[in-house]
Design a protein around this ligand. Structure first.
Ligand SMILES: CCCCCCCC(=O)SCCNC(=O)CCNC(=O)[C@H](O)C(C)(C)COP(=O)(O)OP(=O)(O)OC[C@H]1O[C@@H](n2cnc3c(N)ncnc32)[C@H](O)[C@@H]1OP(=O)(O)O
Length: 149
């Protein structure tokens, strides 16, 4: 299997959603696939929303973190690395989540992210969770440059 985007670029990241170095985290692994970035995510039983589906906060977390992979890949392709002294080139400034239909808890879900607009200062991406051929949740994500301070 190919090495994930996170393992390649951020092996020491402790992010709860996508950090390879967070043993208790979700450890999302994303892969570049042409103009898109894709991932599979299998929820844990404790991610229940109380109705037997996936909790909305976990949904937002994986949408956020998967959009991060698309954004940091785009930044890498364009030659916009992190500023000296900071671990990441961009940070989420906004995440407009829409919960379209219940997201299964006991299934492997597909995540797809695409960058929509990119400048060195900010990058926007669309990201969605699909299962069984249907969009379960989607988000427009706005990422802004993270400055050392
Ligand atoms: C005190 C509480 C503590 C716990 C808090 C937990 C908070 C959470 O995290 S909840 C998780 C996040 N939210 C969700 O997953 C909601 C997902 N979205 C939906 O279910 C719907 O869009 C909903 C209910 C918001 C609005 O539905 P509605 O306005 O009726 O639109 P409608 O077009 O009829 O349905 C949309 C889709 O949802 C499905 N749906 C709606 N209600 C249900 C239901 N009760 N069961 C299963 N599927 C449903 C419909 O079948 C439809 O899917 P499809 O097109 O494939 O048939």
């Amino acid at each position: 299997m190919d090495t994930s985007h996170q393992q390649t670029y951020f092996p020491d990241l402790p992010c709860f959603g996508c950090g390879p170095a967070n043993a208790l985290g979700l450890q999302l692994q994303s892969f570049v696939d042409g103009d898109r970035v894709t991932a599979s995510f299998t929820p844990r039983p404790e991610h229940d929303n109380g109705l037997g589906f996936l909790n909305g906060g976990i949904i937002a977390t994986v949408l956020d973190c998967h959009s991060a992979a698309a954004v940091t890949h785009a930044a890498h392709e364009r030659g916009w690395p992190a500023d000296p002294g900071v671990p990441l080139p961009y940070v989420t400034a906004g995440l407009d989540v829409r919960y379209r239909r219940p997201t299964p808890l006991r299934a492997t879900l597909t995540l797809v992210a695409e960058v929509r607009e990119a400048s060195r200062d900010e990058i926007t991406a669309h990201v969605r969770i699909e299962h069984d051929g249907k969009v379960r949740a989607e988000a427009d994500a706005l990422w802004k440059r993270w400055r050392a301070r």
